[in-house]
Design a protein around this ligand. Structure first.
Ligand SMILES: *Cc1c(COP(=O)(O)O)cnc(C)c1O
Length: 396
């Protein structure tokens, strides 16, 4: 039952960080619903456990599991993905500068511009798919280069190795939001990143039943610093939520294989359709960074975005007509979801900023689940018919 670094990903996903209970053999890590821990003598906590804001055994198991999957030495788990991003930003002081991607997760953009900009932190949002743009945005006070690859919702890729070179040349840390890819498909630390951030709410949890986040890395000083802030500020992940994510990671590999094969089939299907102007999926040869996808990722993931002819009305008609794809924000669960970024997840980004970043009004985003692919394609066809009817009515 013991695993080591030599075990393969699928094996570590199931076992890393977890041992059967030595007293009764319980194979699953218990949900340690406890706030405090009895000490053997004053200031002698057992295995360092004093108080659950600081550490909790269920959270420890998850942190070790995630670290193993990312090829990291440590992990810290937070109450949400944004709480993890917040923890990074807490380390900055007025005058510090962050270079970030220009089609980031909407909530990350909101946290940076509406919260931390007020505290005197400067942000530059650039097209990180171009390492030269990244380089040009670097300044003497740049502390983080913060990238998402694949990005949300346009599925554009940023070269992690090239970004690490630019960040390190400027004395900054490279942070990669690896939520869309998961460590099964992409391991940024092996490519030179300093920190990996996850919304565990998505693929790692995998069942749309928990909100959680994580940071993982290899630098012990950074871990100490972040653990200090987590203990000082809070925002840690609770034990039941830790258990749910731990259960999710056990099946990550098999789920991702199916997410990827279903997504590729749907992307290829959409690409053939006359109402679809563009499909964004790194697994398509038409994707401008298909070569980078093959170098940097083991497979292209489960997210597919596309532009419908007919703008917002067509996108809304599509998203309202599906029966299997549920109309909802979020992604990465076993069930398929559809959403229209301009009105939903990316509504907090001003239209002119959105358009400049290439997010058109007819944009539709699919989180392709692990249902049977033929049922999913049938559902897409039904929704495309609904979009066509809207277009025909508009023309008539
Ligand atoms: C959802 C998401 C986040 C934020 O995570 P929460 O768990 O919702 O706080 C950050 N980055 C990406 C790419 C996401 O999809």
């Amino acid at each position: 039952m013991s695993t080591n670094e030599n075990s393969r990903f699928e094996t570590r996903a199931i076992h890393a960080g977890q041992q059967p209970d030595p007293r009764n053999g319980a194979i699953m890590t218990p949900v340690y619903l406890t706030s405090t821990y009895v000490q053997d003598a004053p200031a002698q906590p057992r295995e360092g456990y004093e108080y659950s804001r600081t550490t909790n055994p269920t959270r420890t198991a998850l942190q070790e599991n995630l670290a193993s999957l990312e090829g990291a030495t440590w992990g810290l788990c937070y109450a949400s993905g944004l709480a993890a991003t917040n923890a990074l930003a807490d380390r900055l002081v007025p005058g510090d500068h962050v270079v970030a991607g220009n089609d980031l997760y909407g909530g990350t953009y909101r946290l940076f511009t509406k919260v931390f900009q007020r505290y005197g932190i400067d942000f530059s949002f650039v097209d990180t798919t171009d390492p030269k743009a990244l380089e040009a945005a670097m300044g003497p006070n740049t502390r983080y280069v913060y990238i998402e690859t694949p990005s949300n919702p346009l599925l554009s890729l940023t070269d992690i190795e090239a970004s690490a070179r630019v960040a390190h040349a400027g004395g900054a840390l490279l942070v990669v939001d690896n939520t869309f890819a998961t460590p099964y498909l992409q391991r940024p630390l092996e490519l030179g990143a300093d920190l990996v951030l996850h919304s565990l709410t998505k693929y790692l949890g995998g069942h749309s039943d928990v909100v959680a986040g994580a940071l993982v890395g290899n630098d012990d000083g950074l871990r100490e610093d972040l653990a200090f802030y987590q203990n000082a500020v809070g925002g840690q992940l609770g034990p039941l939520d830790s258990f749910l994510v731990l259960r999710g990671t056990k099946t990550l590999a098999v789920r991702m294989d199916r997410h990827c094969s279903n997504a590729l089939a749907i992307a290829q299907h959409l690409e053939q359709h006359e109402l679809v102007e563009r499909v964004f999926y790194p697994g398509l040869e038409s994707h401008p960074q298909h070569g980078l996808a093959r170098r940097q990722m083991h497979a292209p993931g489960g997210m597919v975005s596309f532009e419908l002819a007919g703008g917002v009305p067509a996108g809304n008609a599509f998203a309202s007509a599906t029966r299997i794809f549920a109309l909802a924000e979020s992604l990465g669960g076993v069930e398929s979801l559809v959403e229209v970024p301009p009105s939903m997840t990316h509504a907090s980004i001003p239209p002119e900023v959105r358009h400049a970043a290439g997010l058109s009004d007819g944009l539709v985003r699919l989180s392709v689940g692990i249902e049977h692919v033929d049922d999913l394609i049938g559902d897409v066809n039904r929704a495309l018919d609904a979009a066509r009817r809207v277009l025909q009515t508009a023309k008539a």
